[in-house]
Design a protein around this ligand. Structure first.
Ligand code: FAD
Ligand code: NAI
Length: 472
């Protein structure tokens, strides 16, 4: 008889491992299936986020920003560092050590919470009186409830082979052993911008080719415009919009990309190419069709607002379902589902999921953009305050960008907050809390914000929606 679990989670990324921990906390006998192996063949937890996503990319962002500060930014503070250099191998080793620490941390949390880790590939089997059969390699276990959290992988560009040497997706692009002199990137989305700027700061000449005519189409227009201005002011970062890729030819040590742009044929010669054109859900070899699991047109598992699939007692969370492909969105869905299985009630408000793009400066937003409000016919007021008018930002020499707040014209409820600033990732939290509590702009305007802090810009943006900003 197969081992019986209350809950089996398939996938141990931030959606799956959090769901497993929460289910175990609630007293459910829980197992989590995970197949990810390092190059050395060691099984690891944490999924895309910990192994080849959020965590390693932010480690590299930080290192490259320190280098840029040492070579150029500190000069304005009266600090000159001559002969600054970096050791890329050490930088990569630091990143790998952080990843190792974090993935082992999940292993520790599994043991602490008594989550059984089933190592290997998981597939859905039939349901019988013991529950759903989950096949892991040669073995099988039974589960009363199943949570599918199999995540996503890089979307391939037809006809282009990713060898993780010359042509890379996010996996190879986080591990270049030398800084490419000429780096090509296909796709000016989040990965292209974040990883493109890491390698630019370390000395690469970066050209990003984007198919769409608009830059950062998902962001508020004013934010995208400001970001465009700031990013393209670097001589060594070129972004070409409306670029149509015709062919990618891989040579012995370089890659040639043929594309059309502004009606002319072009050729981009680069030492490395990153393909970052979005991600697709991981439902391969899951036997979804065999058990009748309903998928949407683009391959995502079809779920309702509570992450229930069409199959009884089978849920799906994270990148493998609709909504933004963000770690924190997946984790919150994992918690919601574990609590629902334990008989509690929960929900995830997709309207208050914060977005952060870790470029320099950073971009962050929550809620609606002006375009979305206009499309929905919702009347709103706008408050915009620039960091250049903020004392702390001046002291930090980080005056780029602004905060823009959008509040309902009649009720004053905050509908969206959009930030460009080097600390946008931290500043957005106040806006998320405010929106979850359905605060009005006046609430933020009346709350005392410490001086001198960057948070005063949020305060002033709120005052701005009421037409009474103080320092501008
Ligand atoms: P994943 O993290 O993809 O995990 C799914 C897991 O399931 C994997 O470990 C996989 O091995 C396993 N699996 C799949 N199928 C099976 C199977 N059949 N059997 C066993 N195991 C299986 N998001 C942010 O919020 N902030 C960031 O800063 C950020 N940075 C990113 C940077 C990069 C370069 C990338 C690529 C992504 C980034 N993301 C970021 C997105 C974030 O990584 C994903 O949204 C998040 O990892 C999704 O979590 P998940 O648990 O749904 O899936
Ligand atoms: P993306 O969806 O952010 O951007 C892909 C870009 O590629 C788009 O601008 C698209 O128009 C363009 N594109 C598509 N096909 C193209 C083609 N043939 N030629 C040229 N351009 C083309 O996807 P990306 O950057 O791959 O990231 C995937 C996801 O991972 C993100 O959407 C996000 O959910 C997540 N992520 C989140 C991060 C964060 O939270 N900071 C960081 C990195 C990734």
């Amino acid at each position: 008889m197969p081992t019986q679990f209350d809950v089996v989670v398939i996938g141990a990324g931030p959606a799956g491992y959090v769901a497993a921990i929460r289910a175990a906390q609630l007293g459910l006998k829980t197992a989590c299936v995970e197949e990810w192996q390092t190059l050395k063949g060691e099984y690891v937890l944490g999924g895309t986020c910990l192994n080849v996503g959020c965590i390693p990319s932010k480690a590299m962002l930080e290192s490259s920003e320190h280098f840029e500060a040492a070579t150029s930014k500190l000069v304005d503070h009266g600090i000159t560092i001559t002969g600054a250099s970096f050791d890329l191998a050490k930088m990569l080793a630091r990143k790998d050590a952080i990843v190792g620490k974090m993935t082992k941390g999940i292993d520790y949390l599994f043991r602490k919470n008594k989550v059984t880790w089933l190592k290997g590939h998981g597939r859905l089997g039939p349901r019988n009186e013991d529950g759903w059969q989950i096949i892991v390699g040669e073995a099988s276990v039974a589960a009363r409830f199943v949570i599918i959290a199999t995540g996503s992988k890089a979307r391939p560009l037809p006809g282009v082979t990713v060898d993780q040497q010359l042509v890379c997706d996010n996996i190879g692009a986080l591990a270049f052993e030398t800084v490419p002199k000429r780096l090509g990137v296909i796709g000016a989305g989040v990965i292209g911008l974040e990883l493109g700027s890491v390698w630019r700061r370390l000395g690469a000449n970066v050209t990003i080719l984007e198919a769409l005519p608009t830059f950062l189409a998902a962001a508020d227009e004013a934010i995208a415009k400001e970001a465009w201005k700031l990013f393209t002011s670097h001589a060594d970062l070129t972004i070409k919009l409306s670029a149509k890729i015709k062919a990618v030819t891989i040579g012995a040590s370089s890659v040639s990309v043929q594309y059309t742009h502004e009606g002319a044929e072009h050729q981009l010669e680069c030492d490395r190419l990153i393909v970052s054109i979005g991600r697709i859900p991981n439902t391969d070899n899951l036997d979804a069709e065999a058990v009748g699991l309903k998928l949407e047109g683009r391959g995502f598992i079809d779920v309702d607002e509570h992450c229930r699939t069409n199959l009884p007692n089978v849920y799906a969370v994270g990148d493998v379902v609709r909504g933004p492909m963000l770690a924190h969105k997946g984790s919150e869905e994992g918690v919601m589902v574990a609590e629902a299985i334990a008989g509690q009630k929960g929900h995830v408000n997709l309207n208050t999921i914060p977005w952060v793009i870790y470029t320099s400066p950073e971009i962050a937003w929550v809620g609606k953009s002006e375009r979305e409000l206009n499309e929905a016919g919702i009347p709103y007021r706008v408050g915009v305050f620039p960091f250049t008018a903020n004392g702390r930002a001046q002291g930090q020499d980080e005056t780029d960008g602004f905060i823009k707040m959008l509040a309902h014209a009649n009720t004053d409820e905050i509908l969206g907050v959009h930030i460009v600033n080097s600390h946008a990732s931290e500043l957005i939290a106040e806006a998320v809390v405010a929106m979850e509590f359905r605060a009005s702009a006046e609430d933020i305007a009346r709350i005392v914000h410490a001086h001198p802090t960057l948070s005063e810009v949020m305060h002033e943006a709120a005052l701005g929606t009421l037409g009474r900003a103080l320092h501008i």
